[in-house]
Design a protein around this ligand. Structure first.
Ligand SMILES: O=C(O)CCC(=O)C(=O)O
Length: 224
């Protein structure tokens, strides 16, 4: 982290030449405000995935915001971002202040309940400038986030260092998770389905099982 960063102690899930991942608990100030405004202002669309050659519409919803000229191509689709709004611009600014990192694009995920999930994947598409870590923020209900090694190197290294096959960490309202260096090359991550999600009370909205995730990324400029 650079000298811009706010003083919250990072909890490292792992760190080394395979990449790193750390958690900043309760890092985002006034998370109820961000949850409410992003929930209500975002033009959510159902996520579409291609599985065994067939298009499948998921219940999980997505949206993106970013600098002009940026696009995100994944799973045979392209996500063209909205221009930064005042709320998403403010959240970007706050995550950058807290982590000392920069981004130019955010992908939001909306998980209404424990049936909604994101499968095992890594964020290693060519659109990313991989030297920039991904800053992942969580708002709303808590959900498990899992990581597993997938490259031969990572699998054998984790085995020899007696790491568990999978790491699970609970991501809660206001948390920031940072994934950096070669992590996307060696590991996959998921937010799996859960039979039970504990509702959270959000000021101005009431109880909800909804979780919003935002992954702030640095994307290539295709206009250059
Ligand atoms: O919801 C999360 O915490 C993870 C989201 C994610 O992996 C992604 O958007 O690529």
């Amino acid at each position: 982290m650079t000298s811009n960063s706010v003083n919250i102690s990072p909890q490292y899930l792992f760190h080394g030449d395979l990449g790193y991942c750390y958690l900043l608990k309760n890092a985002i100030p006034n998370p109820d405000y961000f949850f409410r405004e992003i929930l209500l202002q975002t033009p959510w669309r159902n996520e579409v995935v291609v599985m065994m050659g067939k298009q499948l519409t998921l219940d999980r919803k997505v949206a993106s915001y970013g600098d002009s000229g940026r696009e995100y191509h994944y799973s045979g689709k392209v996500l063209t971002p909205e221009n930064w709004s005042s709320i998403t611009g403010l959240l970007k600014q706050i995550t950058e202040q807290i982590t000392g990192l920069t981004s130019n694009f955010v992908v939001f995920n909306h998980y209404a309940n424990g049936n909604e999930y994101i499968g095992w994947h890594s964020d290693k598409e060519a659109d990313h400038l991989h030297e920039y870590p991904i800053i992942s923020i969580s708002l709303g209900a808590s959900r498990d986030f899992m990581i597993k090694p997938t490259s031969n190197e990572a699998v054998s290294r984790w085995k020899s260092q007696h790491y568990p096959n999978r790491l699970t960490v609970e991501l809660s309202h206001g948390d920031i998770l940072v994934m950096g260096s070669d992590m996307q090359k060696h590991f996959k991550h998921t937010v799996p389905k859960r039979a039970h999600v504990t509702p959270i009370y959000i000021e101005g909205l009431g109880q909800t099982t909804t979780r919003i995730n935002g992954t702030f990324r640095m994307m290539r400029d295709y206009t250059l």
